[in-house]
Design a protein around this ligand. Sequence first.
Ligand code: TIU
Length: 223
Amino acid sequence: MQIDARPYSYALPERPPALIIIDMQRDFVEPGGFGDALGNDVSRLQACVPVIARLLAVARRLGLPVIHTREAHKPDLSDCPPSKRLRGDCRLKIGDVGPMGRLLIDGEPGNAIIEALKPVPGEIEIAKPGKGAFYATPLQEILQQLGVTHLLFTGVTTEVCVQTTMREANDRGYECLLVEDGTESYFPEFKRATLDMITAQGGIVGWVAGSEAVLAGLERTYG
Ligand code: TIU
């Protein structure tokens, strides 16, 4: 059983893959958050929301493990290196108070996952202090306990937290697929380049496929 993907078909294992949803939090997707403070047009990220919602509904129905991540720092910022906090020339920095509470701080209203993709009980939610979801988190142990070998990636932003996490996962031996329309960037050209980088050289980081192909493959294999 396979998913029609680039650079070639992605073989699905007997044990279903996990759906990984990276950082679909208000901080990046809604006006007044961290993404906005960095000077980005956050409306660009909206396109992937209904796609991820559809994948999430199917993952829940078919019993795939679902893992949500949030880029989040402790309220005392002890897990935020000054190099990260002070980087750039923006009005508000990590930990400063914005319209949705303190930017990128665990527990603040702006740090919550958007309503359309809200986790349900039983789904794993990981707060991560880095761009990659493996750095300083229990993600590797969780995946090992689940016995998961294959990861389907969605979320934002394609070239920052999604790509970093996919590379970390690839180095740990996971078979990774990025859902092309289930991820977005503030920079369309960076999204395009990321998809090309991942699939070049025979899939040096992994596979890319559209959500229709992913959904069809999941239904055929686990439905
Ligand atoms: N700025 C940007 O594109 N992304 C981030 O800071 N974090 C994530 O990608 N989640």
